[in-house]
Design a protein around this ligand. Structure first.
Ligand code: ATP
Ligand code: MG
Ligand code: MG
Ligand code: MG
Length: 339
């Protein structure tokens, strides 16, 4: 019997378009002799689109409006063997959709409510990983109400970290809303941008030197494995949205040219993080490697990483001998596994 799979894509976050690109790749790769796949695109307003509108959105790469309220549509998810929530960012990668699917009793690809929500929030991630003994940059939390009522307290907290520093919405991805703040006079603009996108904002010290950016894929449930380590190189102040998604701006190096001992540290720390955060299925764990000092700092954990055929996560497992189509098949298998 073929497995019936519901593929969710799009969604309400700033990564709507990125998700649709990933979804096109996954749709093309799930073997049709094993799976019956139904895509459903979620509009930017959070509504689930019927088949013709879904098709149109997959082709155009965007769905601003249209569709039905999610609670009207979730009953239609019944009868599927598994859901692949290929959604990035808030209202998709953050435990919300995972909660809905858990309530509906439908298995799904990736982390559950706890792993998704904790990994989505950069502050919660840092707190959990610190308690697991994982090295990270220094950071501070600020919430919107504070920024509105006592901005000087927030500015003082930022100054404790020194400049340059990074300002980020705590719950986002694809570098949306992230600024590298070089001097104090750039701080307010960066905070306004980040607070426009999230109630919680993280301030992060910059690594002591411009870091090398290395990433590793994790695959599995309770016995996860790590992929080879990859490295991103680009010519920009930091890995911002444009650099991420403009063809030719960044290059991927797999395996990363690292001493084997450093690569082994990356894989071990990523596996520790995956377990500490209660992740499942998959995650891409991003690190800063400061060559000058030998420091390895965990930056973040992405529980639903970019998933086009040329994205880092599938490329890392391809280097480990797993084709894109074998990888997505394995992920559905992990969703159906008894845990
Ligand atoms: P993703 O698309 O991987 O989910 P994201 O939006 O969650 O990304 P981060 O990975 O936290 O964002 O940061 C984006 C980029 O900003 C990093 O890849 C790096 O280039 C730069 N950066 C972020 N924080 C720091 C830091 N503390 N020190 C140096 N560079 C940083
Ligand atoms: Mg991220
Ligand atoms: Mg992300
Ligand atoms: Mg990142």
């Amino acid at each position: 019997m073929k497995k019936r799979i519901l593929l969710l894509a799009g969604g309400q976050s700033g990564e709507h378009e990125v998700s649709l690109m990933s979804a096109r790749s996954v749709l093309g790769a799930l073997p049709r002799d094993q799976f019956d796949v139904t895509p459903v695109v979620i509009s930017k307003q959070g509504r689930w689109l019927p088949p013709t509108e879904t098709q149109r959105a997959l082709e155009s790469g965007e769905a601003a409006t249209g569709g039905d309220l999610v609670l009207h549509r979730v009953a239609s998810a019944e009868g599927y063997d598994a859901v692949f929530p290929l959604l990035h960012g808030p209202m998709g990668e953050d435990g919300t959709v995972q909660g809905l699917l858990t309530l509906a009793g439908i298995p799904f690809v990736g982390s559950g409510v706890l792993g998704s929500s904790v990994s989505m929030d950069k502050v919660m991630t840092k707190q959990v990983l610190a308690s697991a003994g994982i090295a990270q940059v220094e950071w501070r939390l600020a919430v919107r109400r504070e920024w509105q009522q006592t901005p000087d307290a927030v500015r003082a907290r930022a100054a404790e970290l020194g400049f340059p520093l990074f300002v980020k919405p705590a719950n986002l991805g694809s570098s949306v809303g992230i600024s590298k703040v070089g001097t104090p006079d750039e701080l307010d603009g960066a905070l306004n941008l980040a607070f426009g996108l999230d109630r919680r904002v993280i301030l992060e010290a910059m690594t002591s030197h411009k870091p090398r950016e290395v990433e590793v894929g994790i695959l599995g449930n309770d016995a996860p494995i790590a992929s080879p380590v990859g490295e991103l190189r680009f010519d920009a102040e930091f890995y911002d949205y444009e650099t991420k998604y403009t063809e030719g701006r960044a290059t991927m190096h797999i395996p990363a040219p690292l001493p084997p001992e450093v690569a082994a540290r990356v894989q071990a720390a990523a596996l520790t993080a995956f377990r500490a955060l209660d992740c499942a299925g998959l995650a891409r764990v991003d690190f800063f490697y400061v060559e000058e000092t030998g420091e390895l700092l965990l930056n973040e954990v992405n529980t639903m990483p970019g998933f086009t055929t040329t994205s880092m996560y599938p490329k890392l497992f391809e280097a480990a001998g797993l084709s894109y189509s074998e990888l997505v098949t394995r992920l559905v298998g992990l969703a159906l596994e008894e845990r």
